[in-house]
Write a protein that binds this ligand. Structure first.
Ligand code: NDP
Length: 284
């Protein structure tokens, strides 16, 4: 039976049908022999400050933040890590001593998954999307020394906003902004192509990002942030063209691994976490 010393981590968000992250993190706790719990907690936007004070009072080791709290949570924390400050968004809060520190592991998880395949330093990147996930990925790629970033977004204003953020960084990559529309061809020089839009997310699994990969066939690493289903049509097209692929489930596992280490100081059993996540998504 758990006693009062059981350690807690939370997820502050709005009601959702499924919460695969809980399954993944708790599988990690079990595999590491830790008597910890990961709680999903519904927090209304107007009670976010109260919820963070509650987390302090109850001694939570930390918590994840999901939509709609990623930006608003910052003002309730003691400080932000480097990438969270640059992105202006926090998805992972860590208790360090008496302080609550806001980090962003969305982009860091992506970068770790990329690093296992290619060195992002010097890479020429085409990034589709300019929302929260794209922002996180773009900032981490820029910090990792990507040579160029072409932001391709449906909404021109949001694309430009991300372009301006990147161009204002210390030692920025070469930045350009394009509008996503039928007929966009990924240029031949691109090393890494990333779908960071929500196109292809369940249940919209038949949707396909409207662009051509023909000119990078057999050469570029093609990544998709969509974790469910991990086999998106976009990745299927890339694989047919002989491109190496990286799926969104892997990014989510890496993100979970980083959060787990930040909270517990323990390196998790990544296989156990990946298996739990695949089961939660109903993927074999
Ligand atoms: P946002 O709502 O912030 O951004 C959505 C992005 O997708 C925008 O760039 C939007 O363009 C674009 N978009 C949406 N629908 C279309 C469409 N039909 N055609 C063209 N562009 C479209 O969402 P997030 O950035 O937070 O999340 C995006 C995806 O990333 C989600 O599917 C989420 O599941 C996934 N994700 C995965 C993670 C992982 O670890 N694997 C972590 C975080 C997110 P516009 O600006 O024009 O509206």
């Amino acid at each position: 039976m758990p006693g009062f010393r059981q350690e807690l981590v939370g997820l502050f968000g709005q009601p959702v049908d499924e919460n695969p992250t809980q399954a993944m993190i708790e599988a990690g706790f079990a595999a590491a022999g830790l008597d910890w719990r990961y709680l999903t907690i519904e927090v209304a936007p107007e009670r976010l400050g109260d919820a963070v004070r509650g987390a302090r009072a109850m001694g939570l080791r930390g918590f994840n933040c999901t939509i709609p709290h990623k930006v608003a949570v910052g003002e309730h924390l003691d400080r932000l890590g480097r990438s969270a400050a640059l992105m202006g968004a926090v998805n992972c809060v860590v208790r360090r001593g008496d302080e609550l520190v806001g980090e962003n592991t969305d982009g860091a998880g992506f970068l770790e998954a990329v690093r296992r395949r290619r060195d992002p330093a010097g890479a020429r990147v085409v990034l589709l999307g300019a929302g929260g996930a794209a922002r996180a990925i773009a900032v981490e790629l820029a910090l990792a020394g990507a040579a160029s970033l072409t932001i391709v977004n449906r909404g021109a204003a949001r694309g430009r906003e991300l372009g301006t953020l990147l161009a204002g960084m210390e030692s920025p990559p070469e930045v350009s902004v394009e509008e996503l529309g039928a007929g966009f061809r990924v240029p031949a020089g691109a090393d890494l192509v990333v779908n960071a839009t929500s196109i292809g997310l369940y249940p919209d699994v038949e949707s396909l990002v409207p662009l051509s990969l023909e000119d990078v066939a057999g050469r570029a690493l093609v990544a998709d942030v969509i974790p469910n289903p991990p086999e998106t049509r976009f990745l299927a097209v890339a694989a047919e063209l002989g491109c190496e692929t990286l799926d969104g489930l892997e990014m989510l596992v890496e993100q979970g691994r980083i959060g787990f280490e930040l909270w517990t100081g323990v390196e998790p059993d990544v296989e156990a976490m990946r298996d739990a996540l695949r089961r939660a998504f109903g993927v074999r």
